[in-house]
Design a protein around this ligand. Structure first.
Ligand code: GLU
Length: 491
């Protein structure tokens, strides 16, 4: 049987980084097994629906390069892939459960349920378990009274009948055997009074009808799985295999939340993380194919992916590691690609008059010095315009009595240099400093200041080669002119 997996987000806003990790692991699993990767939109909870979030989800997943084989945007033989377009299907399967006695009508009003919550389980509402009250459900009412209430249009929900005293056991590919006693399972609503299914019913029906073989999803869905197992049993369907991925945590080990920083994939994209770096980082949240390697191309990830090797314990979302990863990818990126991204970045700043050839050289000078492309126009501003100011402390420290004359003489030599290349500049400056009894660095400090205005940067002679002879000699002359002023400048 061929592998079929799905990513099943609810359109509640944006693609969460945890959602991307789930989608990615499903994708890796499907591609490794030669299986099918499906997108299904679980949009039956209309109260949580956020306008445009489906488009947003698809855009973020497309940016991440996770191409689906079936889904609402590309179609497929098992559609529709929006749950809101499958209501008649859920109705049909609820009718079946009612017919076979695996589910029942319940007529408790919202107020009665609220009271039940408050009186029985006020300590911890999350542990609330529905109790069948006298006269409020098919069980205590009997068929005739139930039918009568329905014919009078009394609002109802349909609940799952949980068998008494039963041990539910299932195997999780990551967690091993999971066992839950039926007394710990709530008689969950399957169909709401508005005719919409709940997550549980729709999820199970669709996983079955879409022939899903493996359900790979976040740990937060683990408590729902026994209910799902009960539903599979009620329908007499074979359940898929389950794998529950570990939670994502903040550095302080609390659950990752937007209170502590960004969690939306689009935010990371907008911050300037490279797609491949981000995906590589996300892929290692809960799994690493080997102990000592961190950089993996997507094809490596596919060939190495093994869901049974995913960790059980929570995975820390460490932004510093993400930054490191981005820097590694930037270093490996071709200068041509960086030049194109840099051009795009500069055009955002209305600073678009640099050739790709020039930006290519800047890429090679600076790609190892930044985490993001957008830092280059800032840290290397002097590659795009002459310095507007000079670091005064640095100037005062390195500007000696003789500096003016030396720099002046050096500029003369530079202007006569035929090949304004790194090697020639280095040789010339080296012999100049030796001839004047100085160390090379004593000459480079004032030179760097004259050309860049800064105390640090990329290699001096590489920088000069890229800027070119004319630009360098003009900058040095200008600097010489204002050096007296700088001397008197108090910070
Ligand atoms: N709709 C659920 C979500 O938003 C899907 C959970 C599952 O994969 O079963 O994550």
């Amino acid at each position: 049987m061929s592998v079929r997996v799905r990513f099943a987000p609810s359109p509640t806003g944006y693609l969460h980084v945890g959602g991307l990790r789930t989608a990615l692991y499903n994708y890796l699993f499907a591609r490794k097994q030669g299986g099918v990767f499906i997108l299904r939109i679980e949009d039956t909870d209309r109260s949580r629906y956020v306008e445009n979030s489906v488009e947003n989800l698809i855009e973020s997943l497309t940016w991440a390069g996770l191409d689906f084989d079936e889904g609402p945007h590309i179609g497929g033989a098992f559609g529709p892939y929006f749950q809101s377009q499958r209501l008649d299907i859920y109705q049909k399967y609820t009718d079946l459960l009612i017919k076979t006695g695996k589910a029942y009508f319940a007529f408790d009003t919202p107020e009665e349920l609220e009271q039940m919550r408050n009186s029985n389980f006020s300590e911890n509402q999350r542990d609330f378990k529905y109790k069948r009250s006298e006269g409020k459900n098919q069980y205590t009412l009997g068929t005739a009274a139930t039918d009568e209430l329905i014919s009078k249009q009394t609002p109802f929900v349909i609940r799952l009948l949980v068998p008494e005293n039963k041990n539910l056991v299932f195997h999780d590919l990551i967690r091993g055997t999971v066992q839950v006693h039926s007394s710990d399972i709530d008689e969950q609503v399957l169909l709401k009074s508005d005719g919409f299914p709940t997550y549980h019913l729709a999820n199970v029906v669709d996983d079955h009808l879409m022939k899903i073989t493996h359900v790979i999803r976040g740990e937060e869905w683990l408590p729902s799985t026994p209910k799902h197992i009960l539903l599979y049993e009620a329908f007499e369907w074979e359940a898929p295999l389950f794998a529950h991925l570990p939670l994502l945590l903040n550095k302080d080990k609390s659950k990752l939340s937007k209170r502590q920083g960004s969690v939306a994939v689009e935010d990371f994209r907008n911050k300037g993380y490279l797609r491949d770096a981000f995906l590589n980082f996300i892929s290692l949240l809960g799994w690493n194919p080997s102990g000592d390697q961190e950089i993996y191309k997507i094809n490596d990830l596919i060939s190495k992916f093994d869901v049974s090797k995913v960790n059980k314990g929570g995975a820390v979302f460490d932004v510093q590691k993400l930054d490191w990863m981005n820097a590694q990818y930037l270093k490996q990126e071709t200068n041509d690609n960086i030049a194109i991204m840099l051009k795009n970045e500069l055009s955002k700043r209305a600073n678009d008059n640099f050739s790709i050839e020039y930006l290519n050289k800047i890429a090679s000078l600076f790609k190892e010095r930044v985490v993001f492309i957008h830092e280059i126009p800032t840290i290397a501003e002097y590659m795009f315009s002459e310095p507007k100011n000079y670091e005064i402390e640095y100037f005062k420290k390195h500007w000696k009595e003789s500096s003016y004359d030396h720099l002046c003489a050096l500029n003369e030599l530079y202007s006569e240099l035929e090949n304004f290349t790194h090697d020639e500049l280095l040789n010339l400056t080296k012999s100049f400093s030796e001839n004047h009894g100085m160390k090379l660095k004593d000459v480079i400090h004032p030179l760097r200041l004259a050309i860049t205005g800064k105390s640090a940067g990329a290699g001096m002679f590489e920088t000069m080669e890229v800027l070119g002879k004319l630009e360098c000699t003009i900058r040095i002359s200008h600097f010489l002119k204002i050096s007296d002023e700088l001397k008197n400048y108090e910070q």
